[in-house]
Design a protein. Structure first.
Length: 641
């Protein structure tokens, strides 16, 4: 029954639907359609650039005007401009000349560098990103259509076509684009809605006989004087045409004629499901399903076994202590009851512990709310930048949970500098993240990348730290009194030593989530859409459960060995899971990513450090709170004279 409920929930959460309130755009035949362009992106450098950083055709386009962006889009490095492409609904065009450009040696090298680093162009039509259609053959001989978002600026040919390698790789520029626009008739009316935006990039060295007025060709004033030998209205471009090569060693100017085709095709795809093809781009989605559900069932089974063993063990402890109470008063106490007078002794650097726990609670609650909103469809991929913007605002508003938790524990530790505690709780994680982000922003700014955030936006982020809430309540009372003189801790077995428990404590939580970590990293660094937020919510539940359970078990073993220094150790035990996540991210970069620049590797490490630090605070706070509740529960249930 549980399996069925979980499966149905995940299926509904994984469905692609839009942010409530987003309305479709209806087009009549002949209506103009604006084509816009986002930043140039690459999986090799992770540095986005504005589209017009390269000398593409821009006649008639105001390069100083760009679309208004939300905070998330600015932080992602999005810069959206108009393009000179002229589409009209239902009007097919073949061999339409966009412009003619002549590039000098420096401009050719700029194109060649972008092509070698696999930069892709991201055009937008009706809020849909352009994509290259890919087809895969299934086992039942059916064909599945998938999308690869964007199209490359060009390609590098290293083979001669006969299996041998060329002495020097040939670089070809894609100067002809064949667009296919899929539309759906709205309930059989004359209105049409765009449900697909596909492209096929081609490289062709256009030729012509006579010198013509290129402005007339672009504006189609004199079509009979603008005929190309390599492309006509009846003879489209094919892959057999001679490609357009870029020779970086030559100083001769390169003439490039940019052209495109537009084909409109009816499609049965409904407007509400037009993102499905984009979201189903991963060819291992079925493996994703089985791996997550398999991990869920295994962890749930193991957690149930461990919980039953712990409950039976603690019950036997209670029975033994009750029998000892009925004996003579000289009966010596043993086990975890022996340290009842020291178990709630305030740890060293108690103020910092309360700050870390409060920040971890704030991050954990923010993460849960963010994933829940995503599951409900409020963070649709149609709303670019919404995920990052929502993450920032939710983190700020969830400061009330962090402040409340930090204040409660700080008062329990009898701290008196509550203003300092509140300030550090509000600024610890944002401060560290902001400092790293500021340094990275300077480095990216030096590369003239669009990923550099304007300093006005940085100032706005700085002001967001001022939102902090807390509540004044009585300090938490401990169930047992604390002795004035601390008890000496006996020599500990190796398996309950601090480093052993910390190293072991993070392995099981990491093993429960590393599959999903792989997909999240692929979504972030390979520019793929991530939409299985139902899976992510389930994995968060698995992570929280394993962190709490492992920390409680190791804390119980520690108390049984008469070591009452559990405060910091419980935090680091579950928090060590972040260390394995960070190491796995380094392995992922080594095995899956191709860093073409040192700055890209530096950017990756810094961002993953921020993610790992947030992971450390979340898991550490969960383990600490679970141990705190567990210890208060067992010591409240025993009789202390």
């Amino acid at each position: 029954m549980l399996f069925c409920v979980v499966t149905v929930f995940l299926f509904n959460a994984a469905a692609a639907f839009y942010l409530p309130g987003v309305a479709p755009t209806d087009y009549d035949i002949g209506d103009a359609m604006k084509v816009k362009v986002e930043a140039l992106t690459s999986v090799k450098t992770q540095l986005p650039y504005e589209y017009y950083v390269l000398p593409f055709c821009h006649k008639g386009v105001n390069l100083k005007v760009q679309d208004a962006l939300n905070l998330g889009e600015v932080l992602r490095g999005s810069r959206i401009y108009e393009t000179p492409y002229n589409f009209k609904m239902g009007n097919d065009q073949t061999c339409k000349i966009l412009c003619r450009s002549v590039y000098d040696a420096q401009e050719q090298k700029a194109f060649a560098l972008m092509i070698e680093e696999d930069y892709r162009v991201n055009l937008l039509l009706d809020n849909l990103p352009v994509a290259m259609a890919l087809f895969s053959q299934n086992e039942d001989k059916t064909t599945t259509k998938m999308y690869e978002v964007g199209y490359p600026i060009g390609h590098v040919q290293e083979e001669d076509g006969k299996g041998g390698k060329l002495k020097s790789p040939q670089i070809y520029l894609f100067n002809h684009l064949r667009f296919t626009i899929l539309y759906n008739d709205y309930h059989g009316s004359s209105k049409r809605r765009v449900v697909g935006f596909e492209v096929e990039p081609l490289s062709i060295k256009h030729t012509y006989d006579n010198l013509v007025d290129w402005d007339e060709c672009v504006n189609q004033v004199s079509e009979h004087r603008c005929k190309l030998n390599t492309c006509t209205s009846t003879q489209p471009v094919t892959v057999n045409n001679e490609p357009l090569a870029i020779n970086t060693e030559s100083k001769k100017p390169l003439e490039v004629i940019w052209s495109y085709d537009v084909i409109f095709k009816p499609s049965p795809i409904r407007w509400s499901t037009r993102w499905d093809t984009y979201l189903n781009a991963a060819d291992d989605a079925q493996v994703h399903w089985f791996s997550i559900l398999n991990s869920f069932m295994i962890v749930l089974f193991l957690s149930g076994i461990v919980a039953m063993i712990m409950i039976n063990t603690i019950k036997r402890d209670f029975q033994r202590y009750e029998r000892n109470d009925l004996l003579e008063d000289g009966q010596e106490e043993t086990g975890w009851k022996l340290v009842h007078g020291d178990v709630f002794r305030a740890p060293v650097m108690a103020g910092w512990l309360s700050v870390l726990v409060g920040t971890g609670v704030q991050l954990a609650v923010s993460t849960v709310f963010l994933v829940m909103f995503a599951c409900l469809g409020f963070l649709s991929p149609a709303n670019r930048g919404a995920l990052m913007q929502a993450m920032l605002f939710i983190f700020v508003f969830m400061g009330m949970f962090g402040g409340y938790t930090a204040a409660r524990f700080f008062r329990m530790f009898k701290g008196n500098r509550w203003r300092s505690n509140a300030l550090w709780t509000a600024m610890l994680f944002p401060g560290i993240s902001f400092c790293i982000f500021f340094i990275l922003n300077l480095a990216i700014w030096g590369q003239k990348s669009s990923g550099a955030v304007p300093f006005g936006t940085l100032f706005a982020l700085l002001l967001m730290w001022l939102a902090f809430f807390g509540y004044r309540k009585q300090p938490i009372e401990n169930p047992v009194r604390t002795n004035q003189i601390p008890r000496q801790v006996p020599e500990q077995p190796f398996y309950v030593s601090t480093w052993c428990t910390i190293i072991v404590g993070g392995i099981l939580p990491f093993g429960a989530v590393f599959v999903e970590v792989f997909y999240v990293l692929s979504s972030i660094w390979l520019h793929q859409f991530y939409y299985l937020f139902g899976f992510l919510l389930l994995v968060l539940g698995i992570l929280f459960l394993t962190c709490c359970e492992v920390t409680v078990v190791l804390c119980y073993l520690q108390l049984c060995c008469e070591d009452y220094h559990w405060w910091w150790r419980s935090f680091f035990t579950s928090g060590s899971c972040s260390f394995y996540v960070f190491l796995y991210s380094i392995y992922y970069a080594y095995s899956k990513l191709q860093m073409a620049r040192a700055l890209a590797a530096f950017l990756y490490v810094c961002y993953m450090f921020i993610v790992g630090f947030a992971f450390f605070l979340i898991t550490g706070a969960l383990g600490f709170l679970a141990s705190f509740v567990f210890i208060r529960t067992i010591y409240s249930a025993i009789k202390i004279d």
